[in-house]
Write a protein that binds this ligand. Structure first.
Ligand SMILES: CC(C)(COP(=O)(O)OP(=O)(O)OC[C@H]1O[C@@H](n2cnc3c(N)ncnc32)[C@H](O)[C@@H]1OP(=O)(O)O)[C@@H](O)C(=O)NCCC(=O)NCCS
Length: 175
């Protein structure tokens, strides 16, 4: 497994995974291209045997106190082996480097797997957006993380959740 910062060349592989993971509300290629190019964004991908099996994105405007987890996805065959948590940790580490205080995200109310991941990292529910996800008519749960608390807890852990640090640079707040 290797993890690195996304580039524009990853767009096609990211879009293939985007459609597989979010069949009813996938982003368009144009939106994703914009995300990858944004100076306020930071996207990472995880690869196995040369294939992209996951990606995740942060939006953190330089100097701003808040940031958003935009998206995080692991291909179905690669789930349940710590990759999602590792990508989330990579985003939170980058937010900490940008001196963010609080990280927000939105997660579908019918997605208990993702909710469990976020809760286990210290995110707490701070609100709901009724019928936010269309056309599925599903509520969004808004979650918030005190990033300094998360960083302090992480500093006490024996090892980080990510095996390789991103090596190159590029550039949903709704998951
Ligand atoms: C959410 C997602 C990114 C998690 O990635 P993953 O690599 O499978 O997750 P990990 O193996 O790192 O597990 C992290 C935690 O998620 C939760 N989790 C993972 N798989 C789970 C399952 N089948 N059932 C319940 N909880 C589960 C657990 O809390 C787990 O921690 P634990 O292993 O200590 O119990 C992945 O399921 C995914 O891509 N889902 C589809 C897209 C999506 O919903 N993205 C989130 C949008 S907000």
């Amino acid at each position: 497994m290797s993890t690195r910062v996304a580039t524009a060349a990853d767009l096609d592989a990211i879009m293939a995974l985007e459609h597989a993971s979010f069949p009813t509300d996938a982003w368009s290629p144009a939106m994703m291209r914009e995300e990858l190019a944004s100076p306020h964004g930071w996207y990472v991908v995880v690869e196995e045997a040369g294939s992209l099996v996951g990606y995740a994105g942060l939006r953190a405007v330089r100097g701003a106190r808040d940031a958003d987890i935009q998206t995080i996805t692991i291909s179905e065959s690669a789930r349940g082996r710590g990759r999602g948590r590792a990508l989330l940790a990579a985003l939170l580490d980058e937010a900490a480097r940008r001196e963010v205080h609080d990280v927000f995200l939105e997660v579908r109310a019918d997605n208990p797997v993702a909710q469990r991941l976020y809760l286990s990292e210290g995110f707490v529910e701070v609100g709901r957006r009724p019928r936010y996800y269309q056309p599925d008519d599903v509520d969004a749960i808004v979650m918030q993380l005190d990033l300094r608390g998360w960083s302090a807890r992480r500093a006490q852990e024996p090892a980080s959740g990510i095996s390789e640090t991103p090596t190159t640079t590029s550039g949903k707040g709704w998951c």
